[in-house]
Design a protein around this ligand. Structure first.
Ligand SMILES: Cc1cc2nc3c(=O)[nH]c(=O)nc-3n(C[C@H](O)[C@H](O)[C@H](O)COP(=O)(O)OP(=O)(O)OC[C@H]3O[C@@H](n4cnc5c(N)ncnc54)[C@H](O)[C@@H]3O)c2cc1C
Length: 485
Protein backbone atom coordinates (compact mmCIF):
# COMPACT_ATOMS: atom_id res chain seq x y z
CA UNK A 1 0.00 0.00 0.00
CA UNK A 2 1.30 3.44 -0.95
CA UNK A 3 0.27 6.85 0.38
CA UNK A 4 -0.67 9.88 -1.71
CA UNK A 5 -0.82 13.15 0.18
CA UNK A 6 -2.72 15.99 -1.49
CA UNK A 7 -2.00 19.53 -0.33
CA UNK A 8 -5.00 21.81 -0.84
CA UNK A 9 -8.73 21.15 -1.05
CA UNK A 10 -9.65 23.75 -3.66
CA UNK A 11 -10.82 23.13 -7.21
CA UNK A 12 -7.84 20.99 -8.22
CA UNK A 13 -7.05 19.31 -4.88
CA UNK A 14 -10.67 18.30 -4.30
CA UNK A 15 -11.03 16.98 -7.87
CA UNK A 16 -7.83 14.95 -7.48
CA UNK A 17 -8.84 13.55 -4.10
CA UNK A 18 -12.32 12.39 -5.15
CA UNK A 19 -11.11 10.79 -8.39
CA UNK A 20 -8.16 9.16 -6.60
CA UNK A 21 -10.29 7.63 -3.87
CA UNK A 22 -12.85 6.36 -6.37
CA UNK A 23 -10.10 4.68 -8.34
CA UNK A 24 -7.98 3.16 -5.55
CA UNK A 25 -10.63 2.25 -2.97
CA UNK A 26 -8.77 0.63 -0.07
CA UNK A 27 -5.78 -0.36 -2.23
CA UNK A 28 -3.83 2.80 -1.37
CA UNK A 29 -4.11 5.61 1.12
CA UNK A 30 -5.20 9.12 0.08
CA UNK A 31 -4.81 11.95 2.60
CA UNK A 32 -5.85 15.58 2.07
CA UNK A 33 -4.28 18.46 4.01
CA UNK A 34 -5.84 21.90 3.71
CA UNK A 35 -6.09 24.85 6.11
CA UNK A 36 -9.74 25.89 5.75
CA UNK A 37 -12.69 24.04 7.25
CA UNK A 38 -14.86 25.12 4.31
CA UNK A 39 -14.80 24.50 0.57
CA UNK A 40 -15.46 27.60 -1.54
CA UNK A 41 -16.81 27.73 -5.10
CA UNK A 42 -14.60 30.74 -5.86
CA UNK A 43 -16.19 31.69 -9.23
CA UNK A 44 -19.44 32.62 -7.44
CA UNK A 45 -17.66 34.98 -5.00
CA UNK A 46 -18.36 37.79 -7.49
CA UNK A 47 -22.07 37.30 -6.72
CA UNK A 48 -21.35 37.44 -2.99
CA UNK A 49 -19.53 40.71 -3.74
CA UNK A 50 -22.71 42.35 -5.04
CA UNK A 51 -24.96 40.84 -2.36
CA UNK A 52 -26.79 38.42 -4.69
CA UNK A 53 -25.43 35.43 -2.78
CA UNK A 54 -24.37 34.84 0.80
CA UNK A 55 -21.14 33.12 1.89
CA UNK A 56 -23.21 30.04 2.83
CA UNK A 57 -24.41 29.78 -0.80
CA UNK A 58 -20.83 29.36 -2.07
CA UNK A 59 -19.30 27.25 0.71
CA UNK A 60 -19.79 24.03 2.64
CA UNK A 61 -18.00 22.20 5.45
CA UNK A 62 -15.30 19.90 4.12
CA UNK A 63 -15.09 17.41 6.99
CA UNK A 64 -18.45 15.66 6.43
CA UNK A 65 -17.72 15.33 2.70
CA UNK A 66 -14.34 13.73 3.32
CA UNK A 67 -15.89 11.48 5.95
CA UNK A 68 -18.51 10.34 3.41
CA UNK A 69 -15.80 9.82 0.76
CA UNK A 70 -13.69 7.94 3.36
CA UNK A 71 -10.69 10.20 2.78
CA UNK A 72 -8.73 11.29 5.87
CA UNK A 73 -8.74 15.10 6.01
CA UNK A 74 -6.29 17.08 8.11
CA UNK A 75 -7.17 20.71 8.65
CA UNK A 76 -3.71 22.19 8.54
CA UNK A 77 -1.41 24.16 6.33
CA UNK A 78 1.68 22.58 4.85
CA UNK A 79 4.79 24.51 5.81
CA UNK A 80 7.64 22.59 4.22
CA UNK A 81 8.35 19.59 2.03
CA UNK A 82 11.18 17.16 2.84
CA UNK A 83 11.43 15.03 -0.31
CA UNK A 84 14.45 13.06 0.97
CA UNK A 85 13.23 12.75 4.57
CA UNK A 86 15.92 13.67 7.11
CA UNK A 87 18.07 12.07 9.83
CA UNK A 88 15.06 11.63 12.16
CA UNK A 89 12.49 10.60 9.53
CA UNK A 90 14.06 8.74 6.61
CA UNK A 91 10.83 8.75 4.51
CA UNK A 92 9.75 11.81 2.47
CA UNK A 93 7.41 13.95 4.57
CA UNK A 94 5.53 17.24 4.78
CA UNK A 95 5.71 19.41 7.85
CA UNK A 96 2.30 20.82 8.76
CA UNK A 97 0.86 23.38 11.16
CA UNK A 98 -2.65 22.66 12.43
CA UNK A 99 -5.39 25.23 11.76
CA UNK A 100 -8.27 23.18 13.20
CA UNK A 101 -10.08 24.86 16.12
CA UNK A 102 -8.45 23.88 19.39
CA UNK A 103 -5.27 22.60 17.75
CA UNK A 104 -4.10 25.85 16.12
CA UNK A 105 -0.34 26.12 15.74
CA UNK A 106 0.44 22.48 16.67
CA UNK A 107 3.11 21.09 14.36
CA UNK A 108 3.27 17.59 12.95
CA UNK A 109 4.69 15.67 10.01
CA UNK A 110 2.91 13.51 7.43
CA UNK A 111 4.96 10.96 5.49
CA UNK A 112 4.17 10.32 1.83
CA UNK A 113 5.08 8.10 -1.11
CA UNK A 114 3.64 10.61 -3.60
CA UNK A 115 2.80 14.26 -3.02
CA UNK A 116 0.41 16.39 -5.07
CA UNK A 117 0.72 20.13 -4.50
CA UNK A 118 -2.63 21.82 -5.20
CA UNK A 119 -2.20 24.77 -2.86
CA UNK A 120 -3.37 27.49 -5.28
CA UNK A 121 -2.23 31.09 -4.90
CA UNK A 122 -1.14 33.38 -2.09
CA UNK A 123 -2.99 36.68 -2.51
CA UNK A 124 -0.05 39.09 -2.50
CA UNK A 125 -1.73 42.32 -1.42
CA UNK A 126 1.54 43.49 0.11
CA UNK A 127 3.02 43.93 -3.40
CA UNK A 128 1.25 47.31 -3.71
CA UNK A 129 1.22 49.99 -1.02
CA UNK A 130 -2.28 50.41 0.41
CA UNK A 131 -3.78 47.45 -1.53
CA UNK A 132 -6.19 45.02 0.08
CA UNK A 133 -9.20 44.76 2.39
CA UNK A 134 -7.05 45.47 5.45
CA UNK A 135 -5.96 48.72 3.81
CA UNK A 136 -7.63 50.91 1.20
CA UNK A 137 -9.19 48.60 -1.40
CA UNK A 138 -11.68 45.75 -1.59
CA UNK A 139 -11.44 42.22 -2.92
CA UNK A 140 -13.69 39.35 -4.09
CA UNK A 141 -10.96 36.68 -3.96
CA UNK A 142 -12.36 34.96 -0.86
CA UNK A 143 -15.97 34.69 0.28
CA UNK A 144 -15.26 36.78 3.38
CA UNK A 145 -13.57 39.52 1.33
CA UNK A 146 -16.55 39.43 -1.03
CA UNK A 147 -19.06 39.72 1.83
CA UNK A 148 -17.24 42.81 3.12
CA UNK A 149 -17.17 44.27 -0.40
CA UNK A 150 -20.95 43.78 -0.78
CA UNK A 151 -21.53 45.75 2.44
CA UNK A 152 -19.42 48.63 1.10
CA UNK A 153 -21.32 48.51 -2.21
CA UNK A 154 -24.66 48.69 -0.35
CA UNK A 155 -23.44 51.74 1.61
CA UNK A 156 -22.39 53.38 -1.64
CA UNK A 157 -25.75 52.64 -3.27
CA UNK A 158 -27.55 54.19 -0.28
CA UNK A 159 -25.45 57.35 -0.72
CA UNK A 160 -26.21 57.42 -4.45
CA UNK A 161 -29.91 57.09 -3.66
CA UNK A 162 -29.54 60.30 -1.66
CA UNK A 163 -28.19 62.02 -4.76
CA UNK A 164 -24.41 61.70 -4.25
CA UNK A 165 -22.29 60.94 -7.32
CA UNK A 166 -19.67 58.21 -6.88
CA UNK A 167 -16.72 56.74 -8.78
CA UNK A 168 -16.10 53.00 -8.72
CA UNK A 169 -12.70 51.68 -9.80
CA UNK A 170 -12.44 47.96 -10.54
CA UNK A 171 -9.60 45.88 -11.98
CA UNK A 172 -6.06 44.82 -11.14
CA UNK A 173 -3.97 46.23 -8.31
CA UNK A 174 -0.47 45.60 -9.72
CA UNK A 175 1.38 45.39 -13.04
CA UNK A 176 1.85 41.62 -12.79
CA UNK A 177 -1.70 40.55 -11.89
CA UNK A 178 -3.59 37.67 -13.46
CA UNK A 179 -7.29 36.71 -13.19
CA UNK A 180 -8.57 39.73 -15.18
CA UNK A 181 -11.64 37.60 -15.98
CA UNK A 182 -12.79 37.74 -12.35
CA UNK A 183 -12.47 41.54 -12.23
CA UNK A 184 -14.29 41.74 -15.59
CA UNK A 185 -17.18 39.73 -14.15
CA UNK A 186 -17.27 41.87 -11.06
CA UNK A 187 -17.33 45.23 -12.88
CA UNK A 188 -20.26 44.18 -15.08
CA UNK A 189 -22.15 42.68 -12.16
CA UNK A 190 -21.72 45.96 -10.27
CA UNK A 191 -22.85 47.91 -13.33
CA UNK A 192 -25.93 45.67 -13.63
CA UNK A 193 -26.66 45.97 -9.91
CA UNK A 194 -26.54 49.78 -10.09
CA UNK A 195 -29.02 49.68 -12.97
CA UNK A 196 -31.30 47.38 -10.97
CA UNK A 197 -31.11 49.79 -8.04
CA UNK A 198 -31.84 52.72 -10.40
CA UNK A 199 -28.70 54.65 -9.46
CA UNK A 200 -26.61 53.93 -12.54
CA UNK A 201 -26.72 57.61 -13.58
CA UNK A 202 -25.04 58.57 -10.29
CA UNK A 203 -22.02 56.36 -10.92
CA UNK A 204 -18.85 56.68 -12.94
CA UNK A 205 -17.47 53.17 -13.40
CA UNK A 206 -13.81 52.78 -14.41
CA UNK A 207 -11.84 49.64 -15.32
CA UNK A 208 -8.12 49.70 -14.58
CA UNK A 209 -5.83 46.88 -15.67
CA UNK A 210 -2.35 45.79 -16.66
CA UNK A 211 -3.59 44.39 -20.01
CA UNK A 212 -2.20 45.92 -23.20
CA UNK A 213 -5.71 46.06 -24.59
CA UNK A 214 -9.17 45.27 -23.32
CA UNK A 215 -10.05 41.63 -23.92
CA UNK A 216 -6.51 40.35 -23.36
CA UNK A 217 -7.46 38.44 -20.16
CA UNK A 218 -3.88 37.23 -19.79
CA UNK A 219 -4.47 34.95 -22.78
CA UNK A 220 -2.88 37.33 -25.27
CA UNK A 221 -6.44 38.10 -26.40
CA UNK A 222 -8.05 35.85 -28.97
CA UNK A 223 -9.81 35.83 -32.27
CA UNK A 224 -13.30 34.48 -31.87
CA UNK A 225 -15.80 33.13 -34.30
CA UNK A 226 -19.12 34.82 -33.69
CA UNK A 227 -22.17 34.45 -35.87
CA UNK A 228 -20.64 34.19 -39.35
CA UNK A 229 -17.55 36.32 -38.81
CA UNK A 230 -14.27 36.46 -36.93
CA UNK A 231 -13.49 39.28 -34.54
CA UNK A 232 -10.82 39.99 -31.94
CA UNK A 233 -11.67 39.90 -28.25
CA UNK A 234 -10.47 43.55 -28.06
CA UNK A 235 -13.32 44.66 -30.35
CA UNK A 236 -15.83 42.43 -28.58
CA UNK A 237 -14.81 43.71 -25.13
CA UNK A 238 -14.51 47.39 -26.12
CA UNK A 239 -18.05 47.27 -27.57
CA UNK A 240 -19.35 45.84 -24.32
CA UNK A 241 -17.61 48.54 -22.25
CA UNK A 242 -18.88 51.28 -24.61
CA UNK A 243 -22.43 49.88 -24.62
CA UNK A 244 -22.57 49.85 -20.80
CA UNK A 245 -20.84 53.21 -20.35
CA UNK A 246 -17.83 51.79 -18.51
CA UNK A 247 -14.58 53.76 -18.95
CA UNK A 248 -11.25 52.00 -19.13
CA UNK A 249 -7.59 52.48 -18.28
CA UNK A 250 -5.27 49.78 -19.60
CA UNK A 251 -1.46 49.28 -19.53
CA UNK A 252 -1.43 50.39 -15.87
CA UNK A 253 0.68 49.28 -12.93
CA UNK A 254 -1.07 50.37 -9.73
CA UNK A 255 1.67 51.69 -7.42
CA UNK A 256 -0.27 53.01 -4.45
CA UNK A 257 -3.83 52.82 -3.22
CA UNK A 258 -5.15 55.60 -0.98
CA UNK A 259 -8.68 55.58 0.33
CA UNK A 260 -9.83 58.09 -2.28
CA UNK A 261 -7.16 57.88 -4.97
CA UNK A 262 -5.07 55.34 -6.88
CA UNK A 263 -1.64 56.18 -8.28
CA UNK A 264 -0.46 54.23 -11.31
CA UNK A 265 2.38 54.07 -13.78
CA UNK A 266 1.68 53.62 -17.48
CA UNK A 267 3.64 51.66 -20.02
CA UNK A 268 4.88 55.01 -21.35
CA UNK A 269 6.40 55.64 -17.90
CA UNK A 270 3.96 58.38 -16.89
CA UNK A 271 2.69 58.67 -13.32
CA UNK A 272 -1.04 59.24 -13.19
CA UNK A 273 -3.81 59.10 -10.62
CA UNK A 274 -7.53 58.44 -10.51
CA UNK A 275 -9.96 59.37 -7.73
CA UNK A 276 -12.39 56.77 -6.40
CA UNK A 277 -15.03 56.16 -3.76
CA UNK A 278 -14.84 52.37 -4.07
CA UNK A 279 -11.89 50.35 -5.39
CA UNK A 280 -12.08 46.58 -5.94
CA UNK A 281 -8.59 45.69 -7.13
CA UNK A 282 -7.26 42.15 -7.45
CA UNK A 283 -3.83 41.40 -5.97
CA UNK A 284 -1.01 39.65 -7.84
CA UNK A 285 -0.59 35.94 -7.03
CA UNK A 286 2.45 33.97 -5.88
CA UNK A 287 2.98 30.47 -4.51
CA UNK A 288 1.82 29.98 -0.91
CA UNK A 289 5.35 30.09 0.50
CA UNK A 290 6.12 26.39 0.97
CA UNK A 291 9.77 25.65 1.74
CA UNK A 292 11.77 22.54 0.85
CA UNK A 293 14.66 20.85 2.68
CA UNK A 294 17.01 17.99 1.79
CA UNK A 295 18.01 15.05 4.02
CA UNK A 296 20.55 17.23 5.87
CA UNK A 297 17.85 19.84 6.48
CA UNK A 298 19.55 22.23 4.06
CA UNK A 299 17.20 24.63 2.31
CA UNK A 300 16.47 23.49 -1.26
CA UNK A 301 13.44 25.73 -1.83
CA UNK A 302 15.01 27.15 -5.00
CA UNK A 303 15.48 23.62 -6.38
CA UNK A 304 11.84 22.64 -5.94
CA UNK A 305 10.15 26.03 -6.42
CA UNK A 306 10.49 28.84 -8.94
CA UNK A 307 11.28 32.35 -7.57
CA UNK A 308 7.54 33.22 -7.64
CA UNK A 309 6.91 30.38 -5.15
CA UNK A 310 5.11 28.08 -7.61
CA UNK A 311 6.42 24.50 -7.89
CA UNK A 312 8.71 23.60 -10.78
CA UNK A 313 7.32 20.89 -13.04
CA UNK A 314 8.20 19.51 -16.49
CA UNK A 315 8.11 22.93 -18.22
CA UNK A 316 10.84 24.77 -20.12
CA UNK A 317 12.04 27.45 -17.70
CA UNK A 318 14.92 28.61 -19.91
CA UNK A 319 13.62 32.22 -20.08
CA UNK A 320 13.60 32.32 -23.86
CA UNK A 321 12.40 35.49 -25.59
CA UNK A 322 8.75 35.91 -26.58
CA UNK A 323 9.48 35.26 -30.27
CA UNK A 324 10.75 31.77 -29.38
CA UNK A 325 7.90 30.70 -27.12
CA UNK A 326 6.36 27.41 -28.15
CA UNK A 327 3.43 25.29 -26.98
CA UNK A 328 6.00 22.60 -26.01
CA UNK A 329 7.30 24.92 -23.26
CA UNK A 330 4.18 24.10 -21.23
CA UNK A 331 4.17 21.13 -18.84
CA UNK A 332 2.56 17.85 -19.80
CA UNK A 333 2.85 15.61 -16.74
CA UNK A 334 3.28 18.19 -13.94
CA UNK A 335 6.05 16.10 -12.38
CA UNK A 336 8.83 17.88 -10.51
CA UNK A 337 12.08 17.44 -12.47
CA UNK A 338 14.17 16.71 -9.34
CA UNK A 339 11.84 14.50 -7.31
CA UNK A 340 9.77 12.10 -9.39
CA UNK A 341 7.14 11.57 -6.66
CA UNK A 342 6.31 15.29 -6.46
CA UNK A 343 3.62 16.87 -8.66
CA UNK A 344 1.86 20.25 -8.81
CA UNK A 345 -1.45 21.18 -10.46
CA UNK A 346 -3.85 24.12 -10.80
CA UNK A 347 -2.40 27.47 -9.83
CA UNK A 348 0.36 25.78 -7.77
CA UNK A 349 2.57 24.80 -10.73
CA UNK A 350 5.10 27.29 -12.10
CA UNK A 351 4.22 28.25 -15.68
CA UNK A 352 7.21 28.52 -18.06
CA UNK A 353 6.29 32.09 -19.02
CA UNK A 354 3.30 34.32 -19.65
CA UNK A 355 0.77 33.80 -22.45
CA UNK A 356 0.34 37.52 -23.22
CA UNK A 357 3.40 39.27 -24.62
CA UNK A 358 5.46 40.64 -21.69
CA UNK A 359 5.88 44.43 -21.57
CA UNK A 360 7.87 46.80 -19.38
CA UNK A 361 7.42 50.52 -18.90
CA UNK A 362 10.26 52.81 -19.93
CA UNK A 363 11.26 52.71 -16.23
CA UNK A 364 11.59 48.91 -16.40
CA UNK A 365 8.36 48.17 -14.50
CA UNK A 366 6.71 44.98 -15.77
CA UNK A 367 3.16 45.80 -16.90
CA UNK A 368 1.49 42.78 -18.45
CA UNK A 369 -0.67 39.92 -17.23
CA UNK A 370 0.77 36.69 -15.85
CA UNK A 371 -0.95 33.50 -17.10
CA UNK A 372 -4.35 32.59 -15.67
CA UNK A 373 -5.13 29.02 -14.68
CA UNK A 374 -8.90 28.83 -14.62
CA UNK A 375 -11.15 26.20 -13.07
CA UNK A 376 -11.66 23.88 -16.01
CA UNK A 377 -7.98 23.27 -16.88
CA UNK A 378 -7.15 23.08 -13.15
CA UNK A 379 -9.72 20.30 -12.71
CA UNK A 380 -8.75 18.44 -15.87
CA UNK A 381 -5.03 18.44 -15.07
CA UNK A 382 -5.76 17.38 -11.47
CA UNK A 383 -7.73 14.35 -12.68
CA UNK A 384 -5.16 13.29 -15.28
CA UNK A 385 -2.18 13.79 -12.98
CA UNK A 386 -3.76 11.82 -10.16
CA UNK A 387 -4.48 8.93 -12.57
CA UNK A 388 -0.79 8.99 -13.58
CA UNK A 389 0.23 8.90 -9.93
CA UNK A 390 -2.09 5.95 -9.27
CA UNK A 391 -0.51 4.00 -12.15
CA UNK A 392 2.86 4.66 -10.52
CA UNK A 393 1.52 3.68 -7.07
CA UNK A 394 0.17 0.46 -8.58
CA UNK A 395 3.62 -0.29 -10.01
CA UNK A 396 2.24 -0.24 -13.58
CA UNK A 397 4.70 2.45 -14.62
CA UNK A 398 7.75 4.22 -13.28
CA UNK A 399 6.87 7.50 -14.96
CA UNK A 400 3.66 9.45 -15.57
CA UNK A 401 1.24 7.72 -17.93
CA UNK A 402 -1.03 10.69 -18.71
CA UNK A 403 -0.54 14.14 -20.16
CA UNK A 404 -2.65 17.28 -19.71
CA UNK A 405 -0.79 20.10 -21.44
CA UNK A 406 -2.61 23.43 -21.62
CA UNK A 407 -1.21 23.61 -25.15
CA UNK A 408 -3.34 20.60 -26.12
CA UNK A 409 -6.35 21.42 -23.99
CA UNK A 410 -9.43 23.49 -24.74
CA UNK A 411 -11.30 25.53 -22.19
CA UNK A 412 -14.79 26.85 -21.77
CA UNK A 413 -15.51 29.82 -19.60
CA UNK A 414 -18.70 31.67 -18.81
CA UNK A 415 -18.12 35.20 -17.55
CA UNK A 416 -21.09 36.71 -15.80
CA UNK A 417 -21.97 40.23 -16.95
CA UNK A 418 -25.05 40.74 -14.76
CA UNK A 419 -26.95 38.32 -12.55
CA UNK A 420 -30.69 38.15 -13.15
CA UNK A 421 -32.92 35.39 -14.51
CA UNK A 422 -34.78 37.81 -16.79
CA UNK A 423 -32.32 40.51 -17.80
CA UNK A 424 -28.94 39.03 -16.79
CA UNK A 425 -26.19 38.28 -19.30
CA UNK A 426 -22.98 36.31 -19.49
CA UNK A 427 -20.20 35.97 -22.04
CA UNK A 428 -19.80 32.32 -23.03
CA UNK A 429 -16.34 31.61 -24.43
CA UNK A 430 -14.62 28.50 -25.68
CA UNK A 431 -11.06 28.27 -26.90
CA UNK A 432 -8.73 25.67 -28.29
CA UNK A 433 -5.94 25.43 -27.46
CA UNK A 434 -5.48 27.48 -24.31
CA UNK A 435 -1.85 28.18 -25.22
CA UNK A 436 -1.71 29.72 -28.71
CA UNK A 437 -0.09 27.45 -31.32
CA UNK A 438 0.99 29.45 -34.37
CA UNK A 439 2.50 26.38 -36.06
CA UNK A 440 -0.81 24.56 -36.23
CA UNK A 441 -3.01 27.68 -36.54
CA UNK A 442 -0.77 30.26 -38.25
CA UNK A 443 -3.32 33.04 -38.57
CA UNK A 444 -4.63 33.41 -35.03
CA UNK A 445 -2.83 30.78 -32.92
CA UNK A 446 -6.10 29.01 -32.12
CA UNK A 447 -8.59 26.82 -33.95
CA UNK A 448 -11.43 29.11 -35.03
CA UNK A 449 -13.85 26.19 -35.12
CA UNK A 450 -13.53 25.86 -31.36
CA UNK A 451 -12.73 29.45 -30.31
CA UNK A 452 -16.02 31.25 -29.92
CA UNK A 453 -17.67 33.98 -27.88
CA UNK A 454 -21.26 35.05 -27.42
CA UNK A 455 -23.07 37.25 -24.91
CA UNK A 456 -26.65 36.68 -23.84
CA UNK A 457 -29.16 35.67 -21.20
CA UNK A 458 -28.74 31.93 -21.83
CA UNK A 459 -25.11 32.29 -20.69
CA UNK A 460 -26.32 33.60 -17.33
CA UNK A 461 -28.68 30.65 -16.87
CA UNK A 462 -25.88 28.20 -17.66
CA UNK A 463 -23.46 29.99 -15.29
CA UNK A 464 -26.10 29.81 -12.53
CA UNK A 465 -26.74 26.14 -13.26
CA UNK A 466 -23.02 25.40 -13.16
CA UNK A 467 -22.82 27.02 -9.73
CA UNK A 468 -25.16 24.31 -8.39
CA UNK A 469 -23.64 21.52 -10.50
CA UNK A 470 -20.06 22.14 -9.34
CA UNK A 471 -21.05 22.45 -5.69
CA UNK A 472 -23.07 19.22 -6.03
CA UNK A 473 -20.02 17.51 -7.52
CA UNK A 474 -17.61 18.87 -4.90
CA UNK A 475 -19.90 17.49 -2.18
CA UNK A 476 -19.34 14.04 -3.73
CA UNK A 477 -23.11 13.55 -4.05
CA UNK A 478 -24.41 10.52 -6.03
CA UNK A 479 -23.20 10.37 -9.66
CA UNK A 480 -20.79 13.29 -9.09
CA UNK A 481 -18.47 11.81 -11.68
CA UNK A 482 -20.85 12.48 -14.58
CA UNK A 483 -20.42 16.24 -14.05
CA UNK A 484 -17.33 17.15 -16.07
CA UNK A 485 -14.41 19.15 -14.67
C1 LIG B 1 -13.03 36.01 -7.76
C2 LIG B 1 -12.61 34.88 -8.66
C3 LIG B 1 -13.48 34.45 -9.64
C4 LIG B 1 -13.12 33.41 -10.49
N1 LIG B 1 -13.99 33.02 -11.45
C5 LIG B 1 -13.67 31.99 -12.24
C6 LIG B 1 -14.60 31.53 -13.23
O1 LIG B 1 -15.68 32.09 -13.41
N2 LIG B 1 -14.25 30.45 -13.97
C7 LIG B 1 -13.05 29.82 -13.80
O2 LIG B 1 -12.77 28.85 -14.50
N3 LIG B 1 -12.16 30.23 -12.88
C8 LIG B 1 -12.43 31.29 -12.10
N4 LIG B 1 -11.54 31.71 -11.16
C9 LIG B 1 -10.27 30.98 -11.04
C10 LIG B 1 -10.45 29.71 -10.19
O3 LIG B 1 -10.92 30.07 -8.93
C11 LIG B 1 -9.10 29.00 -10.11
O4 LIG B 1 -8.78 28.55 -11.40
C12 LIG B 1 -9.13 27.78 -9.21
O5 LIG B 1 -9.60 28.11 -7.93
C13 LIG B 1 -7.75 27.17 -9.13
O6 LIG B 1 -7.83 26.00 -8.40
P1 LIG B 1 -6.65 25.54 -7.42
O7 LIG B 1 -7.08 24.27 -6.86
O8 LIG B 1 -5.36 25.63 -8.13
O9 LIG B 1 -6.59 26.67 -6.30
P2 LIG B 1 -7.67 26.98 -5.18
O10 LIG B 1 -9.03 26.67 -5.65
O11 LIG B 1 -7.37 28.37 -4.70
O12 LIG B 1 -7.32 25.95 -4.01
C14 LIG B 1 -6.14 26.00 -3.27
C15 LIG B 1 -6.33 25.20 -1.99
O13 LIG B 1 -5.09 25.07 -1.31
C16 LIG B 1 -5.28 25.38 0.05
N5 LIG B 1 -3.98 25.83 0.62
C17 LIG B 1 -3.44 27.06 0.58
N6 LIG B 1 -2.24 27.04 1.22
C18 LIG B 1 -2.04 25.77 1.65
C19 LIG B 1 -1.00 25.14 2.37
N7 LIG B 1 0.09 25.80 2.81
N8 LIG B 1 -1.12 23.81 2.64
C20 LIG B 1 -2.21 23.11 2.21
N9 LIG B 1 -3.22 23.68 1.54
C21 LIG B 1 -3.14 24.99 1.25
C22 LIG B 1 -6.35 26.46 0.01
O14 LIG B 1 -6.94 26.63 1.29
C23 LIG B 1 -7.30 25.86 -1.02
O15 LIG B 1 -8.10 24.87 -0.43
C24 LIG B 1 -11.85 32.78 -10.33
C25 LIG B 1 -10.96 33.23 -9.35
C26 LIG B 1 -11.33 34.28 -8.53
C27 LIG B 1 -10.35 34.76 -7.48
Amino acid sequence: MARLVILGAGISGQTAALHAKKRVGKRHEIIVISPNSKWNWIPSNIWVGIGKMKPEDVTFELKPVYKKAKIPFIQAKAVSIHPEGNQTNPKPFVKIEMTEKGKEGEEDIVEYDFLLNATGPKLKFEATEGLGPDKNSLSVCTYSHAEETAKKLDELIAQMEKGEEKTLLIGTGHGTCTCQGAAFEYIFNVEHQLRQKKVRDMARIIWISNEQELGDFGMGGMHIKRGGYVTHSKVFTESLFAERGVEWITRAHVKKVDNDEVLYETLEGEEKSVKHDFAMLLPPFSGVGLKAFDKNDSDITDVVFAPNGFMKVDADYSKKPYEEWEPEDWPKTYQNPTYSNLFAVGIAFAPPHAISQPKQSVNGTPISPTPPRTGMPSGVMAREVVFSIIDMMDGKADKPTREASMAKMGAACIASAGANVINGTAVSMTMYPIIPDFKSFPETGRDLNYTTGEIGLAGHWIKHLLHFAFIYKAKANPFWRIIPE
